[in-house]
Every structure is written in C-alpha cells, then in structure tokens.
Design a protein around this ligand. Structure first.
Ligand code: ASP
Ligand code: MG
Length: 440
C-alpha cells in the first residue's frame, strides 16, 4: 500500500481538492494524509496568540470569518444535500469549540487543540466529497493511532499496533483519509509534530505499515537545486539519497519537514515528491541509491546566531569543549555548525531563546562574541568533499564574506556561514558557477 500526503495548497481550494481526487482515484488502495487548507494553521496560531494576549474581539472576528470560509467551501464542494449538512454540522461543531476556547484561559494544551482544527476540518470535508463521488473511502482519526513519546519522538510500537488494529477492524476501504500534523503526547493529550509536520505523519505511517512508497504532493515539481524564491532558473532534482534529502530539508529547503525522511530511511522505503498542479512531472525521488556524485543542491537557513568563544585556557587543554557543550545541553539548545582553532571555537545555534543565559555562563571562562542575523548556506551532494568540482568553490567564494566554513563533517555536506544580508547574492553566485553551463 502507498501513503500519499497532500499539503495545504493541494487542499486549499475546491478546484485543487477535485484535482487531488482525480490523482488518488486510480483503483489502488492507499492511505491519504492531508494538511489543513493553506492559511488555516497560520490563522489558528494567530487566534491562539490573541487568546494568550486577551485580544478577545479580534479572535472572535477571525473565528467567524474562518467559519464562513469553510461553509462557503462545502457549499461549492458538496452538492449532495445530506453530505452537505453532515459537513456543515461538523464545521459548526469545530467552530463552537473555537468560540468557546476564546473564553477559556490560555494554556499550551488549549493552543494544541486549536491548532488541530485545521486538519480535522480538511479531512472531514474531503472525505464527504469522496463519498459524494462514490469512492469507498474512510476516515482514520490520527488521534486514534499517532502518538509521540516523552522525547517527542514518534512512539513507533504504539503507532504500529494501533494502526494495524484500525486497518484490520474497520470496514475495508479503498482510500483511507487521515490528518497530518496532529498526534497525542505521552499523557494522551492533543499535540502535534511541529509546523509542516504532515510530511512527517506520512513517513511515520509509511514506516508503520511498511508502505511500498510514500508520496509527498505539494505545489512545486520536487526539491530544487537552489532556492526558487531568490534564484531564477532553479531546477528540480530527480534523485536524492536519504542523507542528501535530510541535509537539505534541515538546512532550509522549505518543501520538506526536516525529519521527514528519518522514519523510512532505515527500511529504504522510497519517498517521492510530486506536484499536485502537474501530476505527470516525475518530481524528486528519494531512495537509498546514490545516483551521481558532486554538488547537487544549495539551501539556506536563516535566523542563525553565531557565538565565538575565545579562551587562552583552551590552548593544549583537554575538556574545554565538554565544558562548553554542557552549557548548551543545560539550556536544551542544539548546535548546528562548529569550527575550532587552537584558542577559539565558533558555533551556531538556530534558537536563541536562552542566549543570554548561555553567554553569561560562557563568560565565566571565555571572551564571547555574538553575531545575529546569520545564514547557513548548505551545499549538498553525495561525496561532495571528494568531487572534482568542489575545489572550484574556493575560487567562487573569494567574492563572498564567509564567517565560518564546515567541510568534512559528513561526506555529503559543506556548510558556509554568512551574513543574512549577503544571502541572495551568495546563492546567485553559487548558482551561476555550479549549475549554469559556463566554465570558470
Ligand atoms: N497544517 C500544519 C502547518 O501548517 C501542518 C502541515 O501543513 O504540514 O504547519
Ligand atoms: Mg509543508
């Protein structure tokens, strides 16, 4: 069985939902994971924030406007009166919950319950639509099988057990529809897999049922070799290995949630990125095979903070890095890039929530410099460090101001740290030299 995930844009309008129906209605049995309609989760985040800040009137208006939008959608989507009233009833129930939530004191759990509504709505409506079209579909409630443990990792044993129970006991369907993103936490409360987490839902399910393939359907024709928002003429990459895809997803290729490939990489279950707006395009295929070597793609991750830790005590001393890392560990802050010299260490973090506390502890034994607004530019490709094109990089980068460079941490990645203001220029330069057919 295959698992197909459709993102927010793919279910973001009635026309696109109809498109999704024709893609999935091919006679093959499958599980379909849906995101919320595009824009909905952002609005729900806003509503939760307004509740937190007691902007009650604004929250009430936003809930009302969103409710009207959903009722308009079903009026266009569902001409069958019974299914239309079933969906309207469900929508009104969800919005009654949201209206009541506005009058409730804010908590993280309340926020999670609010954020869960988008996927609950999209899947219910879409399932009604499939029924209207005579398709043998069935809703599987993600909250009946998807769960994370106390380390916020998917609880694989539980998921596998629950999902196979649900699939075996429920009336057989051709197409099972379920919600991406939402799950239960280790206390059995509503939680989620972080923003963009529907991709992750799909591969977690794929691993649990040992799927033949997981397909992630979005609104672009696969993972591109550079960021199409900043660089013209980028191209879809046809093949990536799991390692390459993981690096790219983490370092900014917005198309995929960073953890997506992890659950399926172990079993080598292929992941295919496809475009709902152009279903015939082959997209990007992610497998265990390394098809070719060399620099395949460039991605950039913003909002990076660099910390330089300089200390004479580091000279020929052991245990210095341990001391540094323990401070980051205490504040649950993970380090992305690291470079060292004999008297200094530079490292980067992407979460500066506890920056002040970290810096003040480091200052007890070192001089600290902090640079905000940095960007990691990540070059990815199998055996990139050995490839004949790679030395070219140094020639190219003579024009770019690099703050840090990480080479050889893995064979598949070279990372550069630059000032965010130089990002677009750097991405364009790299693109010209690496991917455009002009020799330097
Ligand atoms: N709806 C969620 C979000 O917008 C999850 C997803 O779309 O993957 O983050
Ligand atoms: Mg997404």
């Amino acid at each position: 069985m295959k698992v197909l995930k459709f993102g927010g844009t793919s279910v973001g309008s009635v026309a696109n939902m109809k498109n999704v129906k024709s893609i999935i209605n091919d006679g093959e049995k499958k599980i379909v994971v849906l995101s919320a309609m595009s824009g909905t989760t952002n609005i729900l985040v806003g509503i939760a924030n307004d509740i937190k800040e007691r902007n009650i009137d604004k929250a009430l208006i936003d809930v009302k406007t969103l409710q009207e939008k959903y009722l308009d959608v079903i009026n266009e989507l569902l001409s069958n009166t019974d299914l239309n009233s079933l969906a309207a009833h469900y929508i009104n129930e969800r919005f009654d919950f949201l209206t009541a939530a506005i009058k409730t004191p804010f908590s993280k759990l309340l926020e999670n319950k609010i954020l869960a509504q988008g996927e609950l709505l999209s899947t219910f409506m879409f399932n009604c639509y499939l029924q209207q079209e005579g398709i043998n579909s069935k809703l599987l409630a993600a909250l009946d099988f998807m769960a994370i443990d106390d380390a916020k990792e998917p609880n694989k044993v539980y998921i596998k057990k629950q999902l196979s129970k649900l699939l075996n006991t429920s009336k057989a369907a051709d197409i099972y529809i379920t919600q991406g993103f939402i799950c239960l936490d280790n206390n059995g409360e509503v939680s989620n897999l972080q923003r963009g987490g529907s991709d992750y839902t799909a591969t977690i399910i794929g691993a649990a049922i040992k799927a033949e393939e997981v397909q992630i359907w979005t609104d672009i024709d696969g993972m591109h070799n550079n960021d199409p928002r900043f660089v013209e003429g980028t191209k879809a990459i046809s093949n990536l290995s799991f390692d390459e895809a993981a690096e790219l997803a983490y370092f900014g290729a917005k198309i995929l949630h960073p953890q997506t490939v992890l659950p399926v990489a172990v079993d080598g279950i292929p992941v295919r990125l496809k475009n709902t707006m152009d279903p015939e395009a082959s997209g990007t295929s992610i497998t265990n095979n390394h098809i070719e070597n060399g620099i395949k793609a460039i991605a950039a991750k913003d909002n990076i903070t660099a910390i330089k830790i300089k200390s004479g005590r580091m000279l020929q001393a052991h245990g210095f890095l341990k001391k540094v890392f323990e401070i980051f560990e205490t504040y649950e802050t993970s380090i992305d890039m690291i470079t060292t010299s004999e008297v200094a260490v530079s490292l980067t973090i992407d979460n500066d929530l506890n920056l002040e506390k970290i810096v003040s502890e480091l200052e007890a034994f070192a001089t600290i410099e902090v640079d905000k607004n940095q960007t990691i530019v990540c070059l990815v490709g199998h055996s990139i460090v050995d490839h004949k094109e790679t030395p070219l990089l140094f020639k190219i980068l003579k024009d770019v101001k690099i703050r840090m460079i990480s080479y050889g941490g893995s064979r598949n990645n070279i990372s550069l740290l630059i000032d965010t203001k130089d990002k677009i220029d750097t991405l364009k330069k790299l693109n010209t030299y690496l991917f455009e057919p002009v020799t330097v």
